[in-house]
Design a protein around this ligand. Structure first.
Ligand SMILES: Cc1ncc(COP(=O)(O)O)c(C=O)c1O
Length: 397
């Protein structure tokens, strides 16, 4: 490195001045952002050690940065897992971990009601590489047993399904997977480790779109896979060559957000339960779906898995289909329509036109995703204000 304190030309100083100012009598209370694509080494031996993994050295952004590793370690701790791999998006984590588990000729069994892009990955992309998926009601053990082939490798489902909020019986599914010799993968985006830790129930791999509750502020895209070191190492290898690493700024934001995750999840859950109870009293509704409500078909399972609350996602179906949905959304002034979820801000979306667009209208109807269905991501505002805003929209109908 050029010492720019020495007499140097302005051209050299422009390239090197202010390169590395490291405090040596104090330390920062939050990890700095290592916004560097590449790291310098003092010797070939040091390169060798870092690249072989013998030392915790960093070489290249796509392989790992200190911020990515910090976030991975934090998530492995919270999920009670051995190792984590953080990727640039939720889909990146799903792709890296699923493709580490299968090869051409293999078969996957997935719940029929999964997030639209995961469905699209399994129906449009994986078949091009010779991997087939059977979609079924994952809670139906007999159907799962009947669908198993010699080439089946894994079971795939979501802790709380999007947008119908069905709850997966993790203990039962983990036992079934192990009995059948299959890995179990669960997308826990709707729950987060503050409410539910699937590895503790015997699941093999837990996935998150960290874009949602983990990040929590709609400012960082990301994903993570947590599980046994041997498996996550393979997922990491896939992620590295596919260029899926989580960027340092996103990882930094995620570590920042984890500090308030339990507080946020407690408020999301409390507010969502209050809103769901209020919605049950509204007449223009065909149904209100929230696992924390006694009317939810899996309420007992939900409270057993999530004794501290069922999160901030709830769905409801308006009578009158699409025309009523349009009027309702227009009448909401303070709650934005946003095709995402899990922000500290309350948002609303229409699954048929957003998250479940990849399904055909017939497939959506079969699943129960009707045109009147809205999904509310209940934020951490004062719940009285959220209810007042919804009330205005109901009165406008
Ligand atoms: C349940 C679930 N899994 C995965 C994803 C994909 O995450 P990302 O958009 O970060 O790729 C989403 C996105 O909405 C989701 O809701």
């Amino acid at each position: 490195m050029f010492d720019t304190q020495q007499k140097r030309s302005l051209t050299t100083q422009a390239v090197h001045a202010g390169e590395l100012i490291v405090p040596n009598t104090s330390h920062p209370l939050s990890q700095p952002i290592y916004q560097a694509t590449v790291y310098g080494f003092d010797s070939l031996e040091a390169v060798d050690e870092a690249m072989s993994g013998a030392t915790q050295g960093y070489a290249y952004y796509r392989i790992a940065t200190p911020n990515q590793v910090a976030f991975e370690q934090a998530m492995a701790t919270l999920e009670r897992g051995e190792t984590a791999y953080a990727s640039s998006s939720g889909m990146g984590a799903i792709f890296a971990s699923l493709s580490a588990a299968v090869q051409s000729g293999d078969h996957i069994i997935a719940d029929r009601r999964i997030y639209g892009s995961t469905y699209s990955l399994l129906t449009n992309q994986f078949p091009r590489f010779g991997v087939e998926t059977t979609f079924l009601e994952i809670a139906d053990s007999d159907a799962v047993r009947a669908a198993v082939r010699p080439t089946t490798r894994l079971l795939y489902f979501e802790t709380i399904g999007n947008p119908l909020l069905q709850v997966a019986d993790l203990e039962k599914l983990a036992a079934l997977g192990h009995e059948l010799g299959l890995l179990t993968f669960v997308d826990s985006t709707f729950t987060s480790p503050a409410l539910l830790r699937p590895l503790e129930w015997g699941i093999d791999v837990v996935l998150h779109a960290t874009t949602k509750y983990i990040g929590g502020h709609s400012d960082a895209l990301g994903g993570i896979a947590v599980g046994r070191t041997s498996f996550i190492t393979s997922a990491r290898q896939t992620g590295m060559v596919m260029g899926l690493a989580q960027g340092p700024f996103d990882s930094w934001l995620n570590v920042r957000s984890l500090k308030t995750l339990p507080l946020r999840m407690a408020t999301h859950s409390r507010n969502a339960l209050a809103v769901a109870r209020w919605l049950e009293g509204q007449s223009a509704l065909q149904q209100v779906i929230y696992p924390g409500l006694p009317s939810h078909p899996q309420h007992e399972l939900a409270t057993r898995l999530m004794p501290e609350g069922c999160g901030g996602m709830l769905s409801f179906e308006l009578e009158g289909g699409l025309p009523t949905v349009r009027r309702f959304i227009k009448a909401l002034k303070a709650i934005p329509f946003a095709p995402s979820l899990a922000d500290v801000t309350t948002t609303i979306t229409h699954p048929a036109t957003t998250s479940h667009r990849p399904f055909s209208p017939e497939e959506r109807l079969k699943l129960g995703i009707t045109e009147g269905l809205l999904r509310l991501s209940v934020g951490i505002e004062d719940v009285a204000d959220i209810i007042e805003e919804l009330d205005i929209a109901f009165k406008a109908l």
